[in-house]
Unconditional design. Structure first.
Length: 267
């Protein structure tokens, strides 16, 4: 039986958390994943994440939370990243940055290694993601399932990293742009790839945020506050199936579950 990884895209604000809370039970029943990974860097009002939200996510059965360019938007998360092993920030932040960039899970008789990276094209300056993961993979036995969340803006940079890591990791999954791409594939040497998995949040929005707030920014050049939208909730991501003996990817499938009701959940 194949080993299954469920990876869900950027959770955007309270509406994204509600979508996740509503959708996760259905997705567990439908796909029966062995491991669930979620990008949570927009979970607190669209900007960052808090320790309480991390605990709420873990209570849903999520095994690992990845982050991105909004990692440190909430100051209360800084020290927490040093204590909690199930949340990681991009590995290629400069040395000495709080937190860790790798999560190692032992679940259902398999070791799963999750690595978080952030891009440099159209993003804030960080260390080179290509060289940094090269250094990290030297330390890792390739007889493991290795999942990479590449939180990046430019599609070319994401695709290039996919080919750079092809055959060396199980999957390279893009996050950050909140728009799912239709290019899920297994690369020539066996690595699953998608440029962006999408998001968990309001479908009727601009990247999960209120349409009017976003239009004001673009029309008038004023830095209006962005607020998460609430209409037509959805969860997006991918399910990956891996042969547990050969560690070869057998399948990658896009997920999009829409029209999740707005009734409150436990957080």
């Amino acid at each position: 039986m194949n080993y299954k990884i469920l990876f869900l895209g950027d959770v955007c604000g309270e509406s994204g958390r509600r979508a996740l809370g509503k959708g996760i039970k259905f997705l567990k029943e439908k796909y029966q994943p062995d491991v669930i990974i979620v990008n949570g860097e927009n979970a607190a009002g669209g900007f960052g994440i808090t320790p309480k939200i991390v605990q709420d996510f873990l209570s849903l059965g999520i095994d690992c939370i990845t982050l991105g360019d909004h990692t440190f938007d909430r100051k209360e998360i800084i020290n927490y990243l040093e204590k909690e092993n199930h949340i990681i920030r991009p590995l290629n932040y400069p040395p000495g940055t709080p937190g860790k960039g790798v999560c190692i899970l032992e679940k259902n008789n398999q070791r799963v290694i999750i690595i978080n990276l952030i891009g440099r094209v159209f993003m804030k300056p960080v260390d080179c993601p290509f060289r940094r993961i090269d250094e990290e993979l030297i330390k890792i036995d390739n007889k493991n399932i290795i999942i990479v969340d590449f939180h990046a803006e430019a599609t070319a940079e994401k695709k290039a990293l996919g080919y750079f890591l092809d055959g060396r990791v199980s999957a390279v999954l893009g996050t950050h742009t909140h728009i799912p791409t239709a290019d899920e594939q297994i690369l020539p040497k066996g690595t699953a790839y998608i440029t962006d998995v999408g998001m968990c949040g309001a479908h009727d929005s601009v990247l999960g945020m209120e349409i009017e707030d976003s239009l004001k920014r673009l029309l008038y050049g004023i830095n209006y506050r962005l607020n998460p939208a609430n209409n037509n909730l959805k969860v997006e991501g991918v399910i990956i199936e891996i042969n547990p003996t050969t560690y070869k990817v057998q399948k990658i499938e896009r997920i999009c579950e829409k029209n999740l009701e707005l009734n409150p959940v436990s957080f």
